[in-house]
Design a protein around this ligand. Sequence first.
Ligand code: PLP
Length: 247
Amino acid sequence: MIEKAIVDHPNVKVVAMVFHETSTSMINPVSAVGQLCKKYGKLFSVDCVSAAGGQNIDVVENNIAICTSVGGKCVGAYPGSAYVCARKDLLESLTADQCKNVYLSLYKHYRTAVETHQTPNTPNVNLFWPLNVALTNILEDETLAGRIARYQRCAKIIRDGVKALGCRLLLEEDQAANTVTSVFLPAGIDAQAFIDEMMLRGYTFYIGKGDYGKQGMIQVANMGEIYEQDCLNMLEVLEVVLNKMKK
Ligand SMILES: *Cc1c(COP(=O)(O)O)cnc(C)c1O
């Protein structure tokens, strides 16, 4: 379908995709679409907001020209900081008139960074600092491969655990992200009431987006400072609440 859309619209310059579609916890076929972009000479732009630090993102292999992410998700800093990773020739080719607003001008951010090592406006020091610490923690301590492996172990504990308690997963293992699990609660349990009960016991879950919520789906994340034992503890509480609500 994407190849047909590219062929049918020869004037299109950019193909944009989300790496980890957080609303369903699905990993999109970035590699395959990246190869299509290579074949047809399109710029490939990828939203890696909930993927950077949680998935293997090979920008060269996947032909990604530009991608974006934030401090607050898998990297484990605070929300509010954002960054761009792009091919240098693309950044060098930007012009001021391409950018449609004052603050989100990549041209201005890039030129100011290159020429003055500064941001165009007052720098967000209180968010840069934790972002730098979070990245240093990954690079010098846990390693990126180590972080991804931990996320995979935690997701597996959560997935095996909820399945053993009679829940169904939205996605097959090979499509699922390392950091979010979409779970259908057993039939007859109201998802919002369940989330409220878990909240009283110190756990925050998201209700499934749109119809998924009505069908009893919730989302469980294991991003950031969450370890195997935290997942096991959560499952114990989840079992208690499920048993209470089944009665
Ligand atoms: C969270 C999220 C966003 C929004 O990021 P904010 O930091 O909340 O602005 C965009 N895209 C994806 C895929 C996300 O998961």
